[in-house]
Design a protein around this ligand. Structure first.
Ligand code: NAD
Length: 361
């Protein structure tokens, strides 16, 4: 198959759909790979490395014109729509439920579109988990930074030092984000509490952290009880297919000490604090009731090299399967990949998207 990986065009998006190592895997499997000039230069993957791995460098228009499968990171934006050709395969993050114009383009051009975020195995979302893991780790690191006095925080070192108290980090949601946030917080010596509504998950967390962090059932009472002493609260909640609940109101913030930090990782799903609004890496924080809010919706973007490596590790094997078998056979052979199929031959093939956009399934 002929595969093309264009340079991403969204503002501040430095990730790339294929690394030089990925190119080598496709080339060794007998495929042809086109890479757009400078697709990975910003994050240390040079054109020379791609060429050495067997890719042909080209411009965007030629790449789209020649490739049977386009491998990207982010959903195409309007300026990219015209490049797509009928029946082309698109393998990328898509988030179609929130993007009717893109869905309409994919349907009109009969694109065979596979969304990373809906590929689903019995144990989870393999192409989404690496980004959640990175966002969780970053959540604690960002909190550790913004709680410093120089950034407007209360001036606390999360680990404390000998003879001083450790900072109290409260994590709402013990899924992939929450667990990774806890790992880093525990690693730097903070006092960590995770709250979740899933008792089995809390039991698992209790075991893997060998009782070194506290677990609590997520109830309004338990959350309010923790707020006066919390230095950092990380929102990492997800209810699949439903709106994220607001676990903290504006009024609740008055219980917290000024200069404490809220990190709302769940902001990409609407956020789990009433006072959250999406921010960017350029202007990541703002203050409400004296509490610093960090609500960046694409946290992994600031560590684009690590994010690219994590993402492409998870997408490579599915991509190789598609390249070998074509979308139809690859999806029929693998139920996880079939879940990833969002549009096919002019039809919307993912129920959640069809329902959200009120289009035919
Ligand atoms: P996950 O499904 O692995 O975990 C979510 C957890 O929340 C589950 O354990 C669930 O039981 C728990 N939960 C649900 N309701 C709760 C409640 N009322 N109180 C406490 N816990 C509750 O999801 P994840 O991969 O960890 O993702 C968490 C959130 O982070 C999602 O909204 C995801 O979209 C978001 N995310 C954001 C970024 C970013 O850059 N901002 C990056 C990755 C993920």
């Amino acid at each position: 198959m002929i595969i093309g990986c264009p340079k991403e065009v969204k503002v501040q998006e430095y990730r790339v759909g294929l690394t030089p190592a990925n190119v080598l895997a496709y080339v060794e499997a007998g495929h042809t790979v086109y890479i757009e000039h400078d697709a990975g230069t910003e994050i240390g993957f040079s054109d020379a490395e791609y060429q050495a791995a067997g890719a042909t460098l080209t411009d965007k228009a030629t790449l789209f014109a020649k490739s049977e499968m386009i491998i990207k990171v982010k959903e195409p934006i309007e300026s990219e729509y015209h490049y797509f050709r009928e029946n082309q395969i698109l393998y990328t993050y898509l988030h179609l439920a929130a993007d009717k114009p893109l869905t309409e383009m994919l349907l009109a051009k009969k694109i065979q579109a596979i969304a990373y975020e809906t590929i689903k195995t019995p144990t989870g979302l393999p192409c989404l988990a690496p980004m959640s893991s990175i966002a969780g780790r970053l959540a604690t690191l960002e909190a550790a930074k913004y709680i410093q006095k120089t950034f407007g925080g209360k001036g606390v070192l999360l680990s404390g030092t000998a003879g001083t108290p450790k900072a109290k980090v409260v994590i709402l949601g013990g899924g992939v984000v929450g667990l990774n946030a806890a790992q880093i917080a525990m690693g730097i010596g903070a006092d960590v509490t995770i709250l979740d509504i899933n008792a089995a998950r809390l039991a698992y967390i209790d075991q893997i952290f060998a009782m070194k962090i506290k677990t609590l059932t997520s109830s309004r009472g338990n959350i309010l009880h923790l707020l006066p002493d919390a230095d950092v609260v990380i929102g990492a909640v997800l209810i699949p297919g439903a709106k994220t609940p607001h676990l903290l109101t504006r009024e609740d913030l008055k219980l917290m000490k000024k200069g404490s930090i809220l990190v709302d990782v769940a902001i990409d799903q609407g956020g789990c604090f009433e006072t959250s609004k999406a921010t960017t890496h350029v202007d990541p924080i703002y203050e409400v009731e004296g509490i610093i809010h960090y609500c960046v919706a694409n946290m992994p973007g600031c560590v684009a090299r690590t994010s690219t490596l994590g993402l492409t590790d998870s997408t490579l094997q599915y991509g190789l399967d598609i390249a070998k078998l074509g979308v139809t056979k690859a999806c029929l052979a693998d139920p996880a990949l079939l879940q990833g199929l969002n549009t096919y031959a002019g039809h919307c093939t993912f129920k959640g998207v069809a329902d959200a956009l009120d289009i035919e399934y």
